[in-house]
Design a protein around this ligand. Structure first.
Ligand code: HEC
Ligand code: HEC
Length: 385
């Protein structure tokens, strides 16, 4: 510890020395002679130089400064370089032995992190949150789309979003606490990681990381982040670079627009727009017309349908209270349904989805998706043929 403090002190002293050296070096450079001598001072305090070889004054002076053999700073020693050039990989490379509990982590956290990252990592003050609650539950929010302004977007914090816990270990060790990087012991980092896992309500190998859970290297390597398979392309392993190349070869994978009609999948770098393209014009209050038109269709991922959807059960849960009690035609009531379907199936679905003023609530008052609702209707009608 002492050694490290001393080293830091030395570095900051040499930084101050560098600054003053650098300043005096600049001042020496600020008055070049010959044909490039300044003509007059400009109102902002700069100096106007004549244009020589297509170079204007300010750039000329900068070039000079960069080329000058200014003697400030020094090359880091091999030992310094190695101290800072640390990395912790998902496979455990670079991860030292050590251990700590969430309880110990809380103590360090309260002393060194809470002022920026908030209670239990809840964030605040413009600094990132480290937890928003149960990581496994909140992981599901990653597919949330902000379709309307008031819909909840994805929660992206360590627990829900990061694919590998090794990044957390490394990041804390190397970058935190913010003004005093690389100052925590390995045990303190293990304890902080345990604390953050605890705040994210995570478990390791089926065991909840509670206050007393002793996190060590071996257990750390068993952490499975909820979002470990959530990134595309998969950059891990020897196939990684090839996956990346393939992914980016197709512009559609990253929302790229292309007007290369012959090769719609390629990225268009040159002469891409259709020759008929006209300039955007603005009408009334807003930009309303583009040519070629801006796409208004967004390729949002389709809501995943549960393929195991059980129409019979959905009927029992959502429809039977009316349709099996005589309040509405029951499955199997051939004439009752024939009377309703006579107007055509489109209308039947529509009435069911939107509700009627003769007693059928919209979707029967259920929270089924449109297509789930329709499949319950199909189920009813299949019984009624
Ligand atoms: C002075 C404020 C400050 C303190 C103290 C601080 N941090 Fe940070 N922390 C930040 C800032 C700012 C960032 C974002 C940096 C960035 O994104 O470039 C950050 C980012 C992080 C992240 C990454 C979060 C993410 O999702 O991107 C982690 C993890 C973290 N800090 C942990 C800690 C821990 C553990 C401590 C205590 C040992 C700590 N921090 C102390 C300011 C602070
Ligand atoms: C609160 C009672 C109630 C519930 C719950 C209910 N229905 Fe109905 N439903 C009715 C009544 C009454 C009718 C007949 C009158 C009408 O069509 O407006 C009806 C008619 C319908 C029709 C025919 C619509 C038309 O007019 O073409 C469909 C289809 C239908 N229900 C499907 C369902 C399905 C599927 C569910 C469950 C997801 C369900 N209903 C739940 C009361 C209900």
């Amino acid at each position: 510890m002492m050694f490290r403090l001393n080293k830091k002190l030395l570095i900051s002293i040499s930084a101050a020395a560098a600054l003053s050296l650098g300043l005096s070096a600049c001042m020496e450079n600020a008055s070049p002679v010959g044909s490039n001598a300044p003509t007059k001072a400009s109102i902002d305090g700069g100096v106007n130089y004549p244009v020589v070889n297509d170079k204007t004054g300010p750039y000329y002076i900068n070039t000079n400064a960069h080329n000058a053999d200014v003697k400030y700073g020094r090359t880091p020693t091999q030992a310094e370089y190695e101290e800072w050039n640390s990395d912790v990989m998902a496979d455990g490379t670079g991860l030292p032995e050590g251990q700590g509990t969430a309880e110990e982590g809380e103590e360090v956290y309260e002393a060194k992190c809470v002022m920026c990252h908030g209670d239990f990592g809840s964030g605040g003050g413009g600094y990132p949150a480290l937890s928003k609650g149960n990581a496994y539950d909140l992981h599901k929010t990653l597919t949330n789309q902000r379709i309307k302004p008031d819909t909840d977007g994805p929660v992206r914090v360590f627990g829900t979003y990061w694919p590998q816990a090794s990044t957390l270990w490394w990041y804390i060790k190397d970058a935190m606490p913010h003004p005093l990087t690389d100052s925590l012991s390995d045990d303190e980092v293990y304890a902080l990681v345990a604390y953050i896992l605890n705040a994210n309500e995570m478990e390791i190998d089926g065991v909840e990381v509670d206050d007393e859970y002793v996190l060590n290297r071996e257990k750390f390597l068993k952490i499975k982040m909820p979002n470990r398979d959530g990134f595309e392309p998969n950059v891990a392993g020897p196939q990684g670079p090839e996956n990346v190349r393939k992914f980016y070869a197709n512009a559609k994978n990253f929302g790229g627009q292309t007007y290369d009609v012959k090769n719609p999948a390629s990225r268009c770098m040159k002469d891409c727009q259709e020759p008929t393209a006209k300039v955007v014009y603005i009408q009334g209050a807003g930009i309303s017309d583009f040519h070629p038109p801006l796409s208004t269709v967004r390729d949002l991922p389709k809501e995943k349908e549960n393929t195991n959807f059980d129409a019979k059960k959905a009927y029992a849960d959502n429809c039977a209270m009316c349709h099996d009690t005589g309040a509405a035609p029951a499955p199997g009531d051939k004439s009752g349904w024939a009377a309703l379907t006579a107007k055509g199936m489109d209308k039947v679905y529509e009435n069911g989805l939107k509700g009627t003023d003769t007693g059928m609530p919209a979707k029967g008052g259920s929270s089924l998706s449109d297509s789930q609702f329709k499949s319950v209707v199909d189920y009813i009608l299949n019984q009624s043929k």
